[in-house]
Design a protein around this ligand. Sequence first.
Ligand code: PRP
Length: 179
Amino acid sequence: MMEQDMQQILFTQEEVATRIRELAAEISRDYAGKAPLVVGVLRGCFVFMADLVRCLELPLTLDFMSASSYGAGTVSSGLVDIRLDLHDDIAGRDVLLVEDILDTGNTLSKLVAELKSRGPASLKLCVLLDKPERRTANIQADYVGFTIPDAFVVGCGLDFDQKYRQLPYIGILKPSVYE
Ligand code: PRP
């Protein structure tokens, strides 16, 4: 599917599914006896989060938010521009933040600071992809699906110009597509 636009398939649908099952097993062990609030950061989270939560053996609840650290227009919190906020208070909750990719860390570090200020019992970060070469903010994920090189990746929620999010694999986009 849209494979003609890919330079390389980095992780196949099967490899992604296997890794998500492993991550879910680890998270289920770590949170045993707890009822975490799994928070997805839209839009990129939607595929990974759906796959992950269906493998978690925990009495979890879900919520979503959307944020941007760019555009200094309406900075509601002073930390990050929250475009869509959580439905419920997270004070005292064990929050697991789920994202498709940790890249520079600019957005997520501010989002984590904002959520911590709300007094959760715990806050951990789970990402499908980690691109450490690009990091500028001081942040790391507690759970990482795959560590990847600095390449333009799409699929499993990740987009280029809002396209390719639905691809069931992680692919590196051909430069001719975005240049
Ligand atoms: C992407 C991704 C992360 C962020 C990572 O979101 O989903 O939220 O960028 O980049 P960073 O580590 O450099 O902050 P994007 O803003 O593209 O929105 P999207 O989720 O709608 O794709």
